[in-house]
Design a protein. Structure first.
Length: 105
């Protein structure tokens, strides 16, 4: 039984060390993520030549423009697919034959 108790104690120590390492690694990960976000922000500031609220407004306008242009493209593609569907639907409606090609046998 003492061997089992020693093993349990060792495992508890390992678990404790792992939990501590997880805490420190999580803190380091958050710190690195903040540094990355700051670098991305600085990059965007250079790219758009503005910062703060002006940068946020410019990015919001770009998103709006992208959304309206994609909506316009979608409406064009919706119309073209509707035409194709109508043609396929009408294809066999005026036929007097059961087969699509009555001459194929």
């Amino acid at each position: 039984m003492t061997d089992i108790a020693k093993k349990i104690t060792k495992l508890d120590e390992k678990i404790g060390k792992l939990k501590e390492r997880i805490k420190s690694d999580t803190a380091e990960c958050e710190k690195l993520s903040e540094q990355k976000a700051l670098l991305i922000y600085q990059s965007l500031c250079k790219q758009y030549s503005c910062e703060g609220q002006a940068l946020a407004d410019m990015i919001a306008r770009e998103h709006e423009q992208a959304a309206t242009s994609s909506a316009d493209e979608k409406s064009v593609s919706d119309n073209s697919s509707a035409v194709i569907a109508d043609e396929e639907e009408m294809l066999g409606q005026t036929s007097f034959f059961e087969k699509k090609n009555p001459y194929s046998d």
